[in-house]
Design a protein around this ligand. Structure first.
Ligand SMILES: O=P(O)(O)OC[C@H]1O[C@H](OP(=O)(O)OP(=O)(O)O)[C@H](O)[C@@H]1O
Ligand SMILES: NC(=O)CC[C@H](N)C(=O)O
Ligand code: SF4
Ligand SMILES: [Mg+2]
Length: 444
């Protein structure tokens, strides 16, 4: 599973520079490209492929002076991975810059519909449709809130989105609230996919409500909830995607992960001498498992944090080498021990299979694998790039088949009920685990 995009918007002094720092805090959500758009009598965008530090390294920020900016880090889920955001959409004599996190489920039929009406799409990315639909409805209604209401009616799927146009910024979260989006007010108005990025600038933050729209111009802000649906927050934000120091829809990510580990220890105890986490994302759950089971937690695996995303891995030999370079066991911690190995999730099983073998080689007597989320069996259509079903190790066959494939002495996953208890929220999307997709995302 790959990261999802990060979105930022602000109306404040030095908005582009703040956007740059916010993008750094959101870098974990997308590493393919980064971009910032500002308003200076017209839209001006600087964007490029690579990490934030690679895209903005030649003083571009100093040249982008403005009191308003929207920004994006991208992990593509639609269209070409070489495109960048914010992207510009044009329709009805106007242009809007769009920064979007999510995926639109009815993109293709709607694109055809708009092309039939004479709209010209310049990008391959679904996000452009949000801009075209908004501009079209804005021309009809002359009111930004009404126009966004029409977008909510028309465009299905997941979208936390920021628009920049005509010296204004509009920020909206889809009526179901799949993707996170936070708002903070201080010396200006700030929005970001995760509140951990906002806390660079403000102390108080809150979630943008599903179906809520903000309209900002210099000195003015107006917000309204204009659509209501049953909420379905993406449970994978809590399991794996978001930063542990983020709080999404009132639930802190780190604490939710600890509770996932605690629930897992209650449901599926293991006979072990030491609890070891798969770093980085498995740490909080391993701690929770240790707390409830009473088995001591130890750092038995060390992660090399300098392995970049551009690490090229042709052929099996180098792929194996990469895993060994990325993670290595602490022999003294695992030798002769029955190890309870905890990770947040198993997707293809590549990581787990190699780690189990690695621990055995380092002298572990037994390896009991405990996974702090249920098996991933179904694709996501709401913005998370889950491999095709035949690549998902748990998609077909039961837990025993997975245990054999990864070579563990025992294997257990957290139940869907245990996961819900751990997050402590009723309205969660769990479609990739259960195959039950939220209706709104597909209703046309
Ligand atoms: O079954 P697989 O296809 O191998 O993928 C699953 C692994 O990938 C993720 O971690 P990742 O390596 O992205 O690193 P992180 O935990 O440090 O974020 C996840 O936490 C699992 O460890
Ligand atoms: N990861 C995302 O949220 C992707 C946003 C958009 N669908 C794109 O492909 O650029
Ligand atoms: S299907 Fe899974 S990854 Fe996709 S939105 Fe739902 S919970 Fe998140
Ligand atoms: Mg991991």
């Amino acid at each position: 599973m790959r990261e999802k995009c990060g979105v930022f918007a602000a109306v404040t002094e030095n908005a582009p520079r703040k956007a740059y720092y916010a993008l750094m805090a959101l870098q974990h959500r997308g590493q393919e490209s980064a971009g910032i758009s500002v308003w200076k009598h017209r839209i001006r965008t600087v964007s490029g492929r690579g990490l934030v530090s690679e895209v903005f390294r030649n003083g571009e920020i100093a040249r982008l002076r403005s009191g308003m900016a929207i920004a994006h880090v991208r992990y593509s889920t639609s269209g070409s991975p070489t495109e960048t955001q914010p992207l510009e959409a044009a329709c009805c004599g106007k242009t809007v810059a769009v920064a979007h996190n999510g995926t639109l489920t009815n993109f293709l039929p709607l694109r055809r519909h708009y092309e039939g009406l004479g709209a010209r799409f310049r990008h391959s990315v679904d996000s452009e449709l949000l801009g075209i639909s908004f501009l079209r409805h804005f021309r009809e209604t002359g009111d930004e809130f009404e126009a966004m209401g029409a977008v909510f009616e028309e465009v299905r799927g997941a979208y936390s989105v920021a628009f920049l146009f005509d010296g204004k910024i509009l920020v909206a979260r889809d009526p179901v609230g799949f993707r996170p989006l936070s708002y903070g007010r201080g010396d200006g108005h700030y929005f970001a996919s995760e509140d951990s990025a906002l806390r660079l600038f403000v102390d108080e933050t809150r979630d943008v409500r599903p179906g809520e729209v903000f309209l900002l111009s210099e000195g003015e802000v107006e917000n309204r909830v204009i659509a209501r649906e049953r909420h379905h927050h993406c449970v994978f934000e809590y399991i794996y995607f978001a930063r542990p120091d983020s709080t999404i829809d009132g639930v802190n990510v780190y604490l939710a992960r600890v509770r996932m580990g605690q629930e897992l220890a209650k449901e599926s105890p293991a006979d072990g001498d030491v609890v070891v986490a798969v770093p980085d994302s498995g740490r909080a759950a391993a701690l929770g498992f240790s707390q409830v089971s009473g088995i001591p937690y130890s750092e038995g695996l060390i992660k090399n944090r300098y392995i970049g995303r551009t690490f090229i891995t042709p052929g099996q030999f180098y792929r194996e080498l990469k895993v060994r370079l990325k993670l290595s066991p602490v022999k003294e911690v695992v030798e002769g021990k029955s190890v309870v190995l905890v990770d947040d999730s198993i997707v293809r099983g590549t990581t787990m299979r190699r780690i189990v073998a690695m621990l055995r080689k380092a002298g572990a007597r037994k390896v009991h694998v405990r996974v702090a989320s249920p098996p991933i069996r179904y694709p996501c259509y709401m913005g998370v790039d889950i491999p095709t079903r035949h690549e998902l190790i748990a998609a077909f066959g039961g837990v025993e088949r997975v245990r054999k494939a990864i070579g563990a002495d025992s294997l257990a996953y957290l139940s869907v009920e245990g996961l819900r208890r751990a997050v402590g929220m009723k309205n969660l999307c769990t479609a990739c685990l259960t195959g039950e997709y939220p209706e709104w995302a597909f209703k046309v």
